[in-house]
Design a binder for this molecule. Structure first.
Ligand code: DX5
Ligand code: ZN
Length: 224
């Protein structure tokens, strides 16, 4: 099933509740929250306090993408603040299995994220414990970067592995998703589509979300 996860990174934070609700009216079903610490990635964004406010503004699940070092230190605070899904970067933790289990013990869906230069093969030992895999299709840290096409091979690989191993993780993609790239992403196996710039940087988030979802669903139909 295809889902759109609007990323608030490109939203107007002074009108966050309103913008998130517009994106939801346009078909967004998961709100993607980019947490950056200025160490793991060269940018700083937000913490649990904003997640707490967002929790009151929307009923949609909050998908917290932790681009932070030492994620284990902060997972409990994000869970308490109202995160529903939480993903940790393979590159940001020394003990990936521990971090993923910590997310689970806090009652959240657990995801693992890989950067553009990290191969899918590195995930072999955790694919059976994660609820989702997040493939970065840009180098994390900023919105509105161009889509990196080599991530399409990773999506295909993850889809094939899931089938061969009989696993149930979902495949999320993040970075550079637009009406121009979403067709290729969906056909390669992307299921949860994160989009910041395409939804929030211009016009009405509702219309933008609808347009993007329509393009994604059309690509799914072409696949059959
Ligand atoms: C980038 C973030 C993304 C970002 C995607 O580090 O993880 O979630 O919001 O933005 P767009 O859709 O603008 O590429
Ligand atoms: Zn993200």
């Amino acid at each position: 099933m295809i889902e759109l996860a609007p990323s608030i990174l490109s939203a107007d934070f002074a009108r966050l509740g309103e913008q998130v609700n517009r994106a939801a009216e346009g078909g967004g079903t998961l709100i993607h929250v980019d947490v950056m610490d200025g160490h793991f990635v060269p940018n700083i964004t937000l913490g649990p306090q904003l997640v707490k406010s967002l929790r009151k503004a929307t009923k949609l699940p909050l998908d917290c993408h932790l681009m932070i070092e030492n994620p284990d230190l902060y997972i409990p605070a994000f869970a308490d603040a109202g995160a529903d899904w939480m993903s940790v970067h393979l590159e940001a933790t020394r003990h990936l299995d521990r971090s993923l289990n910590l997310v689970k013990t806090h009652g959240c869906q657990a995801g693992v994220v890989i950067n553009p230069a990290t191969p899918v093969d590195m995930l072999s030992e955790v694919l059976d414990i994660v609820d989702y895999v997040l493939v970065m299709s840009v180098n994390p840290g900023f919105g509105a970067q161009p889509f990196l096409p080599h991530s399409l091979d990773k999506l295909r690989k993850l889809r094939n592995l899931r089938e061969h191993k009989g696993l149930g993780y979902r495949i999320e993609v993040d970075g550079g998703i637009s009406v121009d790239t979403v067709g290729r992403v969906v056909r390669a196996g992307g299921e949860i589509l994160v989009a910041g710039n395409a939804v929030f940087s211009h016009g009405d988030p509702k219309i933008n979300a609808q347009t993007l979802l329509k393009a994604a669903l059309e690509a799914t139909l072409q696949q059959v």
